[in-house]
Design a protein around this ligand. Structure first.
Ligand code: HPA
Length: 277
């Protein structure tokens, strides 16, 4: 037993659901805003609602149903999906935000696919584009590793030189080419939200080298690398970032675009789940 609060909470949550986990998943997938369609493409074998897990953060955002889904792909890969995640802006601290991811690691995953809806901060991007995350900027949000280190999870000072797995990125690019999908690549920046950015903030993040702006994912990628998971990250560009398009930004616009692009996203991820290795 560990003595950190993080480990105690995790062990308690894991004990509560242990008997409901149908098999050992190999890959975890976190579904971003509106990207839940992927779950409809799989034969779901078991569900664990977050509300049944003690100490678990429950999402308050519309479009983010909260549950773990368990399925095997057609090729037999055992997968656990997170339908809905929690965000820092909901008032949870970063340790709580990454708790579901850590729980998936306790279930047995070795790889995690992180997805999100994001604003495009690169002038060559258009709404509907998919962007493979090559690197991230997380310096504007607290670290999920803040506080006493849980040695069971990882080291105190984890390396972040290569967060996003090269091999998985290559598989995604090969598949996209076969599918005739124009896949973009770039740097994701996580900002705290929940307000969308101002045009001045977008000029700032562009100057810093960001291509996509969102309110999730980088903190999860950090926690995942801390635990030694392989990470794949993908952003669905739902809108041009503030000041780059003509209009204003709204959650409705983000959800609508995600719904439209969900089909391509699902095919790509399903293809990757079969082809990885
Ligand atoms: N900014 C931040 N987060 C987002 C955006 C955006 O423009 N679009 C979708 N999520």
């Amino acid at each position: 037993m560990s003595d950190t609060k993080v480990m105690k909470d995790l062990e308690q949550a894991f004990e509560a659901i242990r008997s409901k986990i149908p098999f050992t998943p190999k890959v975890g997938v976190i579904l971003g805003s509106g990207l839940g369609l992927l779950a409809d493409r799989l034969n779901i074998e078991a569900k664990i609602p977050y509300s049944e897990i003690p100490g678990f953060p429950v999402s308050t955002v519309s479009g983010h149903a909260g549950q773990f889904l368990f399925a095997h792909t057609e090729g037999g890969t055992p997968v656990v999906l997170m339908q809905g995640r929690v965000h820092y802006y909901e008032g949870y601290n970063m340790q709580q935000v990454v708790m579901p991811l850590r729980l998936m690691k306790m279930m047995g995953i070795e790889t995690v696919y992180l997805s999100n809806a994001a604003g495009g901060a690169n002038r060559s991007f258009v709404p509907g584009d998919l962007m493979i995350i090559t690197d991230h900027i997380a310096s504007f949000v607290p670290s999920p590793l803040n506080g006493p280190n849980s040695e069971e999870l990882g080291v105190r000072f984890p390396d972040m030189t290569a967060v996003y797995d090269q091999h998985l990125r290559k598989v995604a690019k090969e598949l996209a080419e076969e599918m005739n999908v124009n896949l973009k690549e770039g740097v994701y920046i996580q900002l705290p939200g929940p307000q969308y950015e101002t045009p001045a903030e977008i000029r700032m993040v562009m100057a810093l080298g960001a291509d996509a702006v969102g309110m999730s994912t980088a903190c999860e990628a950090i926690a995942a690398r801390h635990m030694g998971l392989r990470v794949f990250g993908i952003s669905l560009i739902t809108n041009l970032a503030s000041g780059l398009g003509n209009g204003t930004l709204s959650h409705e616009e983000v959800k609508e675009c995600a719904d439209r692009a969900g089909e391509v996203f699902s095919r790509l991820i399903l293809g990757m789940l079969e082809r990885d290795e």
